[in-house]
Design a protein around this ligand. Structure first.
Ligand code: ZN
Length: 370
């Protein structure tokens, strides 16, 4: 049985002076495997990742570990408590309106000078020094006078500081009403086949503020910068956003399958000794981020969603019916909405009432088998 340690790290204070804390669980391996960091629930309603961390811990305590593994449920202690009536909000900081997953720290500015100072250094020195630089930079950000750091940034960068110590970073999210899908950096495409996730979005190495980008972009950019100087080094870190399904839902049976999917990937990365986790033989479809189509409601109304999650639809298929009861006598009350291209349905809006321009669906287009 492995020892699991728990620490509570403080990420802020609320108005009555109480500390905001996050539980951090750690397991120690023999040091030969890549370091792993997994967090869940940065967006308040996206709770299933906590159940996946539960199922991961249940499995991990009996494995022989090569890797040190850090697991962080309830990564955003404000988000999951942001309720309105029966529902959880928690996608945006309620005070600033900023997406909680767009506040991580960008390290792009460090790359050029680091490469020129370590152009001929051995690979292990480059890896260790660049890692130390990322950790130091995030720590320095947190060590600024408190008046310079806003609430969301303090939470995000505290998590990022932990994540930079790892070689593998998994950020567990969900869509609104959603099929499982994986955000995968293009260079790590081969790793996507070890997750039991049918839908893979391939993303470029541009920083847009999210946790996965905050942790893989610096390493990808580093590799590209060395390449520009005529030297090839590996990209040492992989990071993924794992979209587990729908928000506002805990399903412990699905969580066990999701945990096995993650364990299969980690086993491929040699995080365990003598484990038998392996990917399921499923067909995986990939889509470039530019081809990930947001379909906005062409009119306001009441929506019946007709495109099943994960379904492959043909151009011309009906994807929704929009009901307009104020038109029952004067015009037509029911409008069939079609898509003009072949696509895979990945997610749809969580509510049946929409304004014109609400993001109704997201689709994979120009998809291909991985
Ligand atoms: Zn999310």
């Amino acid at each position: 049985m492995n020892t699991i340690t728990q620490e509570h790290i403080q990420v802020g204070e609320i108005a009555n002076g109480l500390p905001l804390t996050i539980p951090v669980y750690r397991l120690q391996g023999n040091g030969s495997g890549p370091k792993v960091y997994i967090q869940a629930n940065m967006h308040g309603a996206e709770v299933q990742g906590n159940a996946v961390i539960y199922q991961l811990l249940e499995q991990l305590k009996t494995q022989t570990l090569a890797s040190d593994i850090t697991l962080v449920p309830y990564a955003n202690p404000i988000g999951c408590n942001q309720k309105s009536g029966e529902f959880t909000l928690g996608r945006f900081d309620p005070i600033t309106g900023t997406n909680w997953n767009r506040m991580y720290h960008d390290h792009s500015k460090l790359i050029e000078s680091f490469v020129s100072e370590h152009l001929d250094a051995p690979e292990d020195v480059i890896k260790a020094k660049f890692r130390a630089l990322l950790v130091d930079q995030t720590q320095a950000f947190l060590d600024q006078p408190a008046y310079r750091v806003n609430t969301g940034k303090r939470i995000a960068v505290t998590l990022q500081r932990l994540a930079h110590e790892a070689d593998i970073v998994l950020d567990l999210h969900t869509g609104p009403i959603s099929a499982k899908h994986l955000y995968c950096p293009e260079y790590a495409k081969a790793s996507a086949s070890y997750f039991d996730i049918e839908h893979v979005l391939l993303i470029p190495n541009e920083f847009d503020g999210a946790m996965d980008e905050a942790t893989f972009c610096p390493w990808w950019q580093l590799s590209e910068a060395y390449k520009a100087q005529g030297r090839n080094i590996p990209v040492w870190v992989e990071a993924f956003t794992v979209e587990l399904g729908s928000q506002e839902k805990i399903d412990l049976t699905e969580a066990k399958l999701d945990a096995e999917s993650i364990l299969s990937y980690l086993n491929h990365k040699q995080a365990f000794i003598g484990a038998e986790f392996a990917p399921k033989p499923i067909t995986r479809y990939a889509c470039m981020l530019d081809d990930y189509l947001a379909f906005y409601a062409p009119m306001g109304g009441m929506v019946e969603y007709n495109a099943a999650l994960g379904s492959h639809i043909k151009a011309g298929d009906t994807i929704a019916k929009i009901l307009r009861m104020e038109q029952y006598l004067s015009e037509k009350p029911l409008h069939e909405i079609t898509l003009d291209t072949d696509a895979i349905t990945i997610l749809h809006f969580a509510s049946a009432s929409v304004n014109q321009g609400t993001e109704l669906y997201k689709f994979f287009t120009n998809y291909f088998e991985l």
